[in-house]
Design a protein. Sequence first.
Length: 403
Amino acid sequence: MKEKILSLFGFPPPTPLIKTYGPWKNGTTTVDNALIVDGRNVSNAAALKAIFNELQEGVKQIMANGKVLIYSIQPELLEDVHHSTYQRSLEGISRSLAKELGGKGTTVNLIKLPPNVDVKNYKTVEEFFTSGRSAFITGQAVSANEASSSGREFSEKICVVTGGAGGIGSATVKRLAAEGATVIIADMPQMEERAKTLLSDTSASLSEGKVSFLGADLTKADARKQLLETIKEKHGRIDVLINNAGITRDKTLKNMPEHYWDSLIAINLTAVINLTEDALAMGLIPEGGRIISTSSISGIAGNFGQTNYTATKAALIGYSASKSKELKSKGITINAIAPGYIETDMVKTMPLMTRIFAERLTSLAQAGKPEDIAEAMAFLAHPGAESINGQVLRVCGGSFLGA
Ligand SMILES: NC(=O)c1ccc[n+]([C@@H]2O[C@H](COP(=O)([O-])OP(=O)(O)OC[C@H]3O[C@@H](n4cnc5c(N)ncnc54)[C@H](O)[C@@H]3O)[C@@H](O)[C@H]2O)c1
């Protein structure tokens, strides 16, 4: 998302900063306009009032495009009823505040930690949510497990991006390549030329050697097998598997032709599960591995004419949640990203009014860019994001759909 430039139009000059970060590694945006509030001790009305006061003071000082991050404890992990109840109130506050501050491009998010952890172990999470990298994420409550950073540096990672020649996919390829990772695009064979064009003149150019293209129709079992065999032979492992390939075939349920249903389920769901399970069964995804699937907020809210699409996108959220329990002991995380309205070729076929509504019905009142999703992918793929597992991260500008 382009950060709003309200501060250029007569907004007051910077007031004293509440917290300063940066500069960020790898050329990502520096944001020194962040308010971080630790609400983990809130267990009664007086403590909640103190948070109100702190936030009120903070939001008066924060400038446009600011970042508000609130720490809480996952209520379900607390035995004390009062503590658990009041922790939940922080979720309500952050969701409402996101709507109030969205007009100035400021985001508000809540991180729900386990009890008795050291917040310093969540540096990667904090950096992401207080930087421009999360500019299109707001009003979210993200649960994090215990953290103790480990794993290979990003530059040593082998990443596979399915649908890597598409809008979101190619932005993700560029982002991971900018981190120095080796990236393999897995897309329909006929998309190789498109990938070359999209990625030329970037550090992810196919001629540079760090990024390669493998053609595969992922709905075909033999093509998936060939893909994984080739990756095993050339790279030995997959540190980051991004299941991003997807299509839409919209019709109301009553009028939906069977082939719309079948083709969509085949690519958006069964191909994802089969590719992931095969990669795991072949031992290709090592400890520290990351699996990220592109879901959609439609999979959370439902959408007219999209029963097939939303069946798959909801299922991917379910797959991450249930598979995460099994993979936890192997040190592998699996998460879903739910984009909202993102300007890519896929949405160009939508009627104009639908597109205008999709933009307006968000706290930030604008559409996202493929780069917003790419940043979220890079965040979840990061070695320091090990605490995020089995989650769905909405990157939707605070869309009111399903919120
Ligand atoms: N654009 C949005 O607003 C939006 C919103 C929510 C979710 N998403 C999801 O994000 C993902 C990427 O979407 P996008 O907007 O970049 O779309 P896109 O059409 O630009 O890219 C999709 C890619 O998937 C590839 N693909 C399709 N079928 C394939 C198959 N059988 N085998 C291999 N590759 C195949 C295509 O060739 C294409 O490169 C999709 O899963 C989509 O459902 C997009």
